[in-house]
Write a protein that binds this ligand. Sequence first.
Ligand code: ASP
Ligand code: MG
Length: 402
Amino acid sequence: MSLIVQKFGGSSVKDAEHVFNVAGIITDTYKAGNQVIVVVSAQGDTTDDLIAKAKEINPSPSKREMDMLLSTGEQISISLLAMAIEKLGFPVVSLTGWQVGMHTDSNYSAARIRKIEQERVQKELDKKNIVIVAGFQGINRYDDITTLGRGGSDTSAVALAAALHADLCEIYTDVDGVYTTDPRIVPNASKLEEITFDEMLELASLGANVLHNRSVEMGKKYNVNICVRSSLTKAPGTIVKEVVDMEKMLVRGVAKDSDVARISICGIADTPGKAFKIFSLLAKKNINVDIILQSIGRDNMKDISFTTPEDRLEEALQILEENKAVLDYQSLDYTKDVSKVSIVGAGMVSNPGVAAKMFEALYEAQINIHMIATSEIKVSVLIDAGCETKAVRAIHDKFELG
Ligand code: ASP
Ligand code: MG
């Protein structure tokens, strides 16, 4: 007998028909002799609709009240799913985050899980119940409801799997796994059988929005094997785990991210401490900086360029302008018209030709590279916005990932 956690996203439970489809998957797993814990998200667009409702009343409600409101979406889906399973004749119980004892910090709308009680869920499993838990929500030390941030049900599921030492955590969604790149732009993208946590983290942060980032971090930390699969097909899905057969594939996937802006600080003194000053000012405001490029000093001057998410551009510029006197630079140059394209693969660490091959693909497609960044498992380039689809296709073909 195994303990399996199954998580179903909003699209998998969007209406009665889908709810019964999911109930079928759950009861099949139960009938096969497993203990089953289910985590479910709000149906379809419920969370977006609730946000819109709130805006009608108050354009800037407190985060506490938002969490109170948004957590209701999941409460609807757990009860409906439990009713469907009841109807199929199986023992089932639905539980909210607070009934389970899903303790979080008090950072409303982006709360982090601190601790999960095991007693209640364990007691229900011992009674042979299928246990349905509301995703995305928890409770803080004031007994107030919190939510984990958009897409947070994945994290609820992996956290429960870790806390109860589940054998597997299945994340059911509307795609049947993780692909070598976005199949909507590269039709011959192929599904990966396996991927490492680190590769998945890179791909998620680079815009392959299959899993909530924090769920992957949690999977890595507690070594929970995660299987991403579709609730609409029986296809086996993709397993996210610690080590995979790295020999097989140097480059696991190609990702693009259009949500990037580039800032260049031009004509800054070539003396120690400049980068420190710039990036600590940005860090204080929690502005995420990604690719950083510094030119070699010439005539005692240098330039420093970096990228940020588009919606942080204004703020970053404002900080730099306010500190112009301290930083002592000549000018700022910036643009939103850039995109980032990256290759990811744990196997590239010991294979020198990989970056060159990516650059060759871009050269053949006549795409100019503005900035380059590398790590052990990825190579990213910054290119003109609008070229990213062409770039992804060219690189995907070059590495024969299809
Ligand atoms: N219902 C929440 C959202 O839409 C949480 C989730 O789906 O994971 O973001
Ligand atoms: Mg999701």
